[in-house]
Design a protein around this ligand. Structure first.
Ligand code: FAQ
Length: 318
């Protein structure tokens, strides 16, 4: 294709983005748009799948059958989100095997939050309330993203995440209305998860290399800082209802801005975790690699069955 032809395709593409049209898999798109989407969608998929691990740890220790059923359902939903998202990434011309390899080799990232340990039952409440809450804040904006398969995956994912957030909040509400020890367990959990939850939104806009272009392409509909602020504003009143204290001495309503001011995030901790030096990075990747290895016979059997069915169909057609 000549340079002139590419330029004209680029202009048509930019005009479609400006009209808020969705871009679909087989349509022309700039190579950088395709690559950026593979990066973000696959990292999102990896986060959903790795995100099953901290909660998976609590299935056998849930305090009642009802809690166990709800937790199991939630974790299965997260696995399903990973599958929709891997499928959406595959429409951009990358294979599932390549995506998985990128996760296992450390080339692809997944959300920093899942490198923290879930050490008490209250953490199941906090992960649902804060982590799913942060995920929804980000993903509701992504329902309006410009790439069709990603935007459509988000619609269903957001519905499920909102159930997850409620089940988490309800776990905390129960603990906060329970014994002093239970309430203390809830407070301790918020103390540990609050700051990592704010880090989920990514670096400050000023330090985010991808935001400017992603906002122009309408991949991101809101910036990292805008979403983080919206999350704080939404979450503080919910903490007040629980009677829990957010561990930030600088947290204060700003009447002029009509937003909460909040303290400084430890960006050094964030980058350490992103670079693989968080409390559970190694454990998480080892668990994923092991699961993939242990599941090989299932994939082989499914492929062999599919091949056999295909041969049968070819024979029938002849
Ligand atoms: N952790 O320039 P930006 C969930 C990386 S789903 C690790 O701002 P971007 C469900 C970033 O990749 C949670 N890395 O990047 C659930 C980039 O590195 P790269 C996941 C991070 O992409 C709940 C570099 O830093 N949600 O929780 C993080 O424009 C409960 C520079 O950053 C999504 O993935 C981080 N927190 O903005 C499951 C949503 N932040 O790739 C189980 C979709 C940034 O250039 C239980 N993703 N980095 O090497 C997004 O919206 C965006 O990708 C951001 C980052 C906002 C995460």
């Amino acid at each position: 294709m000549s340079e002139k032809e590419v330029k004209s395709l680029e202009e048509i593409f930019e005009a479609r983005i400006a009209r808020d049209e969705k871009i679909e898999p087989k349509e022309w798109m700039p190579e950088k748009y395709r690559k950026t989407h593979i990066r973000q969608i696959s990292q999102h998929a990896h986060s959903e799948v790795v995100g099953m691990l901290p909660e998976g740890n609590w299935i056998t220790r849930a305090p009642s059958l009802r809690r166990k059923v709800a937790l199991l359902a939630k974790i299965q939903d997260e696995g399903g989100h990973g599958l929709y998202l891997y499928s959406a990434a595959e429409t951009l011309g990358i294979s599932r095997d390549e995506l998985i390899e990128q996760l296992h080799s450390g080339e692809a990232k997944y959300s920093s939050i899942f490198n923290y340990p879930a050490v008490t039952w209250a953490d199941m409440g906090t992960v649902g309330w804060l982590v799913d809450g942060a995920a929804i804040m980000n993903q509701v904006a992504l329902m309006g993203t410009s790439y069709g398969p990603y935007a459509r995956a988000m619609v269903r994912i957001c519905k499920e995440e909102s159930f997850h957030q409620r089940q988490g909040y309800e776990i905390l509400l129960t603990l906060c209305n329970g014994t002093p020890e239970q309430k203390e367990m809830a407070q301790d959990s918020i103390n540990r998860w609050w700051w990592p939850s704010l880090m989920m939104f990514g670096p400050r806009d000023a330090d985010s290399p991808n935001t400017e272009q992603s906002v122009k392409w309408k991949l991101k509909r809101k910036t990292n800082d805008e979403l983080r602020q919206a999350f704080v504003d939404q979450t503080v009143p919910q903490a007040n209802i629980l009677g829990l204290t957010i561990p930030d001495s600088k947290l204060k309503w700003n009447e002029e801005r009509k937003h909460y001011d909040f303290g400084d995030i430890d960006w050094n901790e964030f980058w350490q975790v992103v670079k693989g030096h968080g409390p559970c990075n190694k454990q998480r990747i080892d668990a994923r690699v092991k699961a993939h290895k242990d599941g090989k016979w299932v994939r082989d059997a499914a492929m062999a069955f599919a091949e056999k069915q295909e041969n049968k169909e070819v024979k029938l057609a002849i």
